[in-house]
Design a protein around this ligand. Structure first.
Ligand code: SF4
Length: 331
């Protein structure tokens, strides 16, 4: 079920202990920013008063904040229904640290979205551009699960890992059967990704591996989605379009607040205005039945690979199936 929940993504610091090749903050000309404890509390309180129900501690890497346990407790006491830490889990490889953060959750389930982009050490460390991190992230996941935390996985699809996507799902289900949610993302063309264009995969090549991975998720009862910042054209998701359309519907700006450092940014990634500025559709999209639902192709992607891969959808039955799914599954 896709629920319209009001979520507050709070990025209170820009520093990180990894250096991902696709990081939107890396290469930024803005100075590194860390809000102090009182500034954070003020923003969190404001978010709560604006009726946001879920708080996502974003970064940089939020575990680098010494006051994270205090901020978690503060948010719980205000009444946030869910609090989630978006993390690379490196610091959770230390059991004591993991226990300290998990025990800061007294009223809500400790919840973590862990970035893991490969089950292969070399590829994982290549994409995060930081040596000796893979084993720590795996250990961090283990420690958090042993402490009863809820974990979802955030997985970027790049040229270096796309062929492994089905095996990655097998790896998760074999090694961490308690993990039942994977959020995929294609590369958002900003920040470091603009200097690392060799990591953009060609979508028509990704497609069969990705669809196989989604089949596996379904079979293994793992919830999946694509983050709105990493959305690509729907014609690559045959029979799964409805899931990604549903995600876009619930991610509209009225449901999402984004504070990045000291700047309040209106969440725009799933809006038509944003898509029309950053993406393109060639003329043949006009005959596609999914045209109204589809954001099109990133302009930067089109500069690298062109637009020839796009295939207008003409199957009315597919459209009916999508409409029914949205009616039944988007609340
Ligand atoms: S053909 Fe065009 S409109 Fe249709 S799904 Fe592909 S990109 Fe979107």
């Amino acid at each position: 079920m896709f629920k319209r929940v009001k979520k507050f993504y709070f990025s209170s610091l820009s520093s990180c202990n990894e250096n991902c090749l696709f990081c939107v903050k890396r290469e930024s000309k803005d100075p590194e920013i860390t809000l102090d404890t009182e500034e954070c509390k003020k923003e969190i309180k404001k978010g709560y008063e604006e009726n946001y129900q879920e708080l996502q501690f974003d970064g940089g890497e939020p575990t680098l904040r010494k006051d994270l346990p205090e901020l978690i407790s503060f948010a719980e006491d205000l009444g946030f229904r869910k609090i989630c830490i978006l993390t690379n889990a490196l610091k959770f490889s230390d059991k004591k640290f993991a226990a300290k953060i998990v025990s800061a959750f007294r009223k809500t389930q400790p919840s973590f979205s862990v970035s893991l982009h490969s089950h292969k050490k070399e590829i994982s460390e290549y994409l995060v551009d930081t040596p000796n991190t893979f084993k720590k992230t795996i250990k961090g996941i283990e420690n958090l699960l042993n402490l009863g935390a809820y974990i979802s996985i955030y997985h970027i699809i790049a040229r270096q890992n796309y062929k492994d996507t089905p095996d990655f799902i097998e790896f998760l289900s074999n090694c961490f059967p308690a993990i039942k949610c994977v959020i995929f993302s294609f590369i958002y063309p900003a920040g470091a990704a603009l200097k690392n264009k060799h990591i953009f995969p060609k979508l028509s090549e990704v497609e069969p591996y990705f669809l196989k991975a989604l089949d596996l998720c379904k079979k293994k009862d793992i919830f999946f989605s694509i983050s709105s910042c990493g959305m690509v054209p729907l014609c690559f998701f045959k029979n799964y379009e409805q899931y990604f359309i549903a995600q876009q519907i619930i991610d509209q700006p009225e449901n999402i607040k984004l504070i990045d450092g000291k700047v309040k940014k209106q969440y725009q990634l799933a809006t038509k205005e944003f898509h029309s500025k950053s993406k393109i559709k060639p003329e043949r999209c006009n005959i596609c039945l999914l045209n109204n639902y589809c954001a099109g192709l990133w302009k930067i992607y089109a500069q690298i690979y062109g637009t020839e891969e796009l295939r207008p959808v003409k199957d009315e039955q597919r459209l009916r199936k999508i409409r029914e799914f949205i009616k039944e599954n988007v609340e």
